[in-house]
Design a protein around this ligand. Structure first.
Ligand code: TRP
Length: 354
């Protein structure tokens, strides 16, 4: 198997408010990944956003807001590449080629499409159906080896691996003839996990924390100020028992499990560690400690986001710079893919160059 240099890619949709679930499940982990040697690319996936209709002015604002959240949380736009998808045309181009690799049967199995399309499937956009193929193109345009994502994206990552595998097999002869050895695309590893891979609603520990929950008390938004954060945690649903001293005791206690998981993720420790300190404690003791921790971790991010979004020109400049650097990586991949599938293109083919 060919060796691929480690490269990290992930994306976040600019639809609606970012909340604690997006932060702990994605953005905070993006920040941590920067400690690796690898190049990291963090993409605001605006082309995915329009698979469901978006108000144009609101979309523009949300693209900038997600970018601000990335920067405020500690993603360094010099070290990492921060950009928005629609500025790098190679994503759309590669998605088309992958449309001709992916099979209808594979897409028919995608559970997120079924959830999002709901009952009125005839009326869903083709883009919504094709969403996972564009996601594969996002990842493979950079031949990314590692993708930090939430638990809910696992099936999409499997599809990405299937597309890479089928492309490598279908074009094996051409891939070898163009000097790429036995595989052109890596089989990407999803990085799913941490204590808060799934952050649940503060009002119902069996439901995911969601931007579309009608109750704002169910989630902590990244833009919430200190008072709002503390109040939402104080009001979070719990059960009457004290915290257990073992993780096994959190079973069947979804609200307690969620709050312990949030504490662990914010503090960068395990659930075991949390229960070592708080086992036997009442929620009247644990909640104020969690509120303090959440306020110290999140309120500065909200403040920095407010500062950054006040200067959209600066955000747009970060995205323009990131997009140019992203394109510098994606363009040679697309040239090679075009040669591999047998297209004729302007300029010397990569084979002739070599
Ligand atoms: N589908 C992802 C989500 O909703 C967002 C996304 C789009 C993504 N393209 C990606 C994530 C590529 C990782 C890699 O969370």
């Amino acid at each position: 198997m060919a060796a691929f240099t480690e490269l990290v890619f992930s994306g976040v949709q600019p639809t609606g408010n970012l909340h604690l679930g997006n932060y702990l499940g994605a953005v905070k982990r993006f920040v941590e990944m920067q400690a690796r040697e690898a190049q990291c690319l963090y993409c605001v996936v605006d082309m995915h956003a329009i698979t469901l209709w978006q108000d144009p002015e609101a979309l523009r604002g949300q693209i900038r807001e997600v970018t601000a959240a990335f920067l405020a949380a500690g993603i360094d736009p010099k070290r990492s590449i921060v950009f928005n998808q629609s500025q790098v045309h190679q994503h759309a181009e590669l998605a088309w080629i992958f449309n001709c690799v992916a099979r209808l049967g594979w897409l028919n199995r995608m559970t997120q499409f079924k959830d999002k399309a709901g009952k009125d499937r005839e009326n869903a956009s083709i883009g919504l159906y094709d969403y996972p193929v564009l996601m594969a193109a996002d990842i493979l345009a950079y031949r990314a080896t590692h993708v930090p994502v939430g638990e809910d994206q696992k099936q999409h990552l499997e599809l990405t691996r299937d597309i890479a595998q089928k492309f490598n097999t279908d074009f094996a002869g051409s891939i070898a003839a163009h000097g790429h050895g036995d595989a052109f695309f890596p089989i990407t590893e999803p990085l799913i996990g941490g204590p808060a891979a799934r952050v649940m609603s503060l009002r119902d520990g069996t439901k995911k924390m969601s931007k579309s929950d009608p109750s704002d008390n169910a989630r902590i938004n990244l833009t919430d100020d200190a008072d709002a954060i503390a109040q939402k945690i104080r009001r979070a649903k719990t059960d009457p028992e004290p915290l257990p001293s073992e993780v096994a005791g959190l079973k069947e206690r979804p609200e307690a499990d969620n709050l312990v998981g949030i504490y662990a993720a914010l503090a960068g420790i395990t659930r075991e560690d949390v229960l070592r300190d708080f086992g036997g404690a009442q929620f009247s003791t644990f909640k104020p400690a969690l509120a303090d921790l959440a306020v110290t971790s999140l309120a500065p991010i909200a403040g920095e986001m407010r500062r950054l979004t006040a200067d959209p020109g600066h955000i747009d400049a970060v995205l323009a710079d990131g997009s140019a650097r992203a394109e510098a990586i994606a363009a040679p991949t697309l040239d090679a893919v075009k040669d591999i599938v047998g297209f004729v293109r302007r300029g010397p083919s990569l084979q002739a160059v070599r």
